[in-house]
Structure formats: structure tokens, C-alpha cells
Design a binder for this molecule. Sequence first.
Ligand SMILES: *[C@@H]1O[C@H](CO)[C@@H](O)[C@H](O)[C@H]1NC(C)=O
Ligand SMILES: *[C@@H]1O[C@H](CO)[C@@H](O)[C@H](O)[C@H]1NC(C)=O
Ligand SMILES: *[C@@H]1O[C@H](CO)[C@@H](O)[C@H](O)[C@H]1NC(C)=O
Ligand SMILES: *[C@@H]1O[C@H](CO)[C@@H](O)[C@H](O)[C@H]1NC(C)=O
Length: 460
Amino acid sequence: MESVSTKLLILLFILNHYYLLATPSAVHSISPIPNEALPTKSGYLEVNSTTKSAMFYTFYEAKQSNLPLSETPILIWLQGGPGCSSMLGNFYELGPWRVVSSQGQNVEKLALEPNPGSWNRLFGLVFIDNPIGTGFSIATTTEEIPKNQHAVSKHLFKAIKAFISLDPLFKTRPIYVTGESYAGKYVPAIGYYILKRNAGLPKPSRVNLVGVAIGNGLIDPITQVATHATRAYFSGLVNEKQKTLLEKLQDEAIGLATIGNWSEATDARSKVLNLLQNMTGLATLYDFRRSIPYEEDLVTNYLSSVEVKKALGANVSTVFEVCSDTVGALLHEDLMKSVKYMVEFLVKRTKVLLYQGQFDLRVGVVSAEAWMKEMKWDEIQKFLDADRKVWKVKGKLAGYVQKWGSLSHTIVSNAGHLVPADQAVNSQAMIEDWVLDRGLFANKGIADHLNPSYNWKQVI
Ligand SMILES: *[C@@H]1O[C@H](CO)[C@@H](O)[C@H](O)[C@H]1NC(C)=O
Ligand SMILES: *[C@@H]1O[C@H](CO)[C@@H](O)[C@H](O)[C@H]1NC(C)=O
Ligand SMILES: *[C@@H]1O[C@H](CO)[C@@H](O)[C@H](O)[C@H]1NC(C)=O
Ligand SMILES: *[C@@H]1O[C@H](CO)[C@@H](O)[C@H](O)[C@H]1NC(C)=O
């Protein structure tokens, strides 16, 4: 008798909790996308005609470009991870409309609100879910999901070409590839791949790449992982003893990467970050001022709505995850591998912008400067000797800019890892001035060889 009632209680308990677990969306009320917030174009770009694997994209045309459309730059945005969806950039950071939450009666209301700092004010803006298997992108088979940057670039090149072919006007428009965090690997890799492929293509078939911009990017991980202890110590977050412990773990990660034990090296880097997290008790290492982590769930929950998926032209049966564990695991071995040589290749042929939010402890300012000063580029000493200038937007301190020739470096004040989420308007000012060579990004006597129309001849 007793055991029966206990079983019944357990059953009731399970049912009750099953109900709670099974209906998480019931606590959200999701407003549809207003017409004015719909992408100009969106859908799928095929990367393999046999398997039909395809990348999902959303494109927002420039709102008030003062150039003819055929000359208006297009920015491509790639999220990091590895395996995180560019819809995070779209709906939480730099897109024209962002998800906001408000509390109703027992319901969290999710809706879109215009972003005052959207990056498509003067430029077309494309978000691509890269690589396949990420966000709404389709990987027909798991085997097709890339395991290295070359494989990522091959797919991405196909997707970019497919995008350009959507509209005859896209062909002539200058293209800038931008991205954040682990996209510090993707952005140089696709830039490098484009320039190499362009060399073998007739002019009308080339991708008109003019520049790359990387925010808080993981580019030369061995150099970057060595900076966490120092950064935390001089930020007053750990003591000398803890600094020594962190340095020991950093050395392990460096050692493993140096002997080519890549997967173990990635795990060892995670250990450094976990220990730093544990020592500091911070809400997130992505921004040491925050009392709660960044709210990526807003985007996941918003994109769980069938109406929203339909409006975006995404497959309604895809269960949207902001970051894919499958893709993350497949690129685990790649994580610690350097793409510094690709940035060195690009800086001689295109414009390069590196920017960091000042309060990021994962891939921050010190971590970027550590590898930048080791760059193999005959102008690097001139860059390092250039002044770091105080950068203001509408009379207020926005950060610092250092520039020499084709290389620009920006430190964004009052921002963490997700710069456009934290400083929308200033990040917009940065990207506009950099693309248009204005303000602190103006060219003073830029060398002829940096003129993009000259570049193609140099590429091998
Ligand atoms: C398409 O995918 C198939 C199966 O994975 C592969 O064999 C083929 O090489 C791919 N084609 C291209 C053009 O990448
Ligand atoms: C590299 O990793 C493998 C697999 O974990 C391990 O067996 C091996 O001992 C490592 N090599 C060195 C030199 O540490
Ligand atoms: C750090 O790790 C220790 C040992 O696992 C644990 O007891 C402690 O609660 C952790 N501290 C924080 C702030 O997470
Ligand atoms: C949508 O996704 C489902 C599940 O992955 C798949 O079976 C279906 O073929 C897809 N539909 C289209 C139109 O691609």
C-alpha cells in the first residue's frame, strides 16, 4: 500500500515536472516581426549542390547610404563560438532591430525594438550562420561540417558567391568581412581564401573584398592564452599566488599546443578560464563589470516562434540553438591553431581593423596587443610607434584608436566582449569611420599598393 502510494507520488512528481520542462515557451509571449523590421532578403545559400547543405542568411539593405547603391559597401557578419549563430549579432548586437524583454503577468514578453547603432545605416549588412550546422544553416550530414578553417572557407566562399549572384548590383559593391570572438579565425581565413581564389578568376567573378574587421578575436591563441594571468592581476582581480597558479596552467596550454596536441591544448585553455572564473567569482569573464551574463537566451527564445521563423524564411522545423555543441565539438581541435599569418597576408593587401571592448577578460586588449606586436609585416614597427589617440563620439570619450597604413586598432570604452551590444552607437561610429576612411581612420598618404584595384595582381 505504502509502496503504491509512493510510486503514485513519484509519478505525479515526474508528470508535474515533465509538464514544466515540456512547456518552457509557455512563459514567453512573442510579438511577431513588424513589417519594417523584416530583412530585405533572407533564406538559404547553397554550399553543396549534391548534398544541398546550405547556409542561412539575413540581409538588411543600407537605410540611408549617400552613395549610389552599386557603390554602397556590404558588410558580412560572422559570429564566433565555434558554432554560434550570427542571429545573435543580428538580434542582440548590431542588427537594425534587437530583441527586448519586458515583464507581463507571469509572462516574459519578447519583442523587437529599433537599434540606434545598427551597422546598416550606411552599408548593406549580411548575417550568415556559419559554418553549416550552426543556427538555421543546414548540414545534411554531420560528416560535411568543417573541422578546420580551410573547409570553413570553402563553404563560406560558395555562400558569398551565391549571395552576390542574388542581385546584379551586388557584384560591384565593396565587401567587408566582419566578426567577433572565434570569428577571429573565420574572418582572416575567408579573407585569405578570397584573395587566393580571386587570383585565378576573371575580374567579374571575383569577390570585391576591401577589408576585414575583427572584434575581440581569437587569432593567435598561443600568444593570447599567455596574457590572462597578467591581465587579471593588473586589473586587481587575483593576487600574486593566484597569478602564479594561472601562469602554470597557461604554460600547460602553450606546451600542449607547441607539440601539436591540439585538442588537449584547447582543454587546457578552458582550464585556465575556469580557474580564473572560479578565483574571481565574476558573473562572466566576457565583461568583468557585469552582474549578470549577456542574455543570449532572449534570441533563442524569440527564434523559437514558428511565426518568427516563417517571417525570416527559415525552416520552421529547425529547433534554433544560439550555439551548436556539434559544431563546437568538431572545431575543438582547431581552436588553438593560429591564423596570424593570414592577417599578415591581408594587412599587405586590404584594410584590417582590430577592436576590443575594454572590459573583456577572455579575448581582450592585452591579448590582442600581445600578438599584434609579433606581426611579420614590414610596417609593424611604424604601427607600434604610432600614437594611440583619444577617440570621441559626439564630444564624449568612446575609446582609443591607433592606426598606421592599412592597420587600425580600436579600444572601445565601457564595453565587454560583445562590443555592439554594449556600445551600439559608438560601434556604429567606429565601423562607419573605418569603412569610409574618416576621422581618426582617415588615410594620410596611404601607399598605392593598398589600393584594392591594384591588389589582385599581387595575389599568388
Ligand atoms: C559535396 O558533398 C559531397 C559529400 O560530402 C562531397 O563528396 C563533395 O566533394 C562535395 N562537393 C563540393 C563541391 O564540395
Ligand atoms: C598528446 O595527447 C595524447 C592523447 O591524449 C597523449 O596520449 C599524449 O601523451 C600526449 N603527448 C604528449 C607528448 O603529451
Ligand atoms: C571554486 O572551486 C572550489 C573547489 O571546487 C569551490 O569550492 C568554490 O566554491 C569555487 N568558488 C567559486 C567562486 O566558484
Ligand atoms: C526542414 O527541416 C526538416 C527537419 O530538419 C527537414 O526534414 C525538411 O526537409 C526541411 N524542409 C525544407 C523545406 O528544407
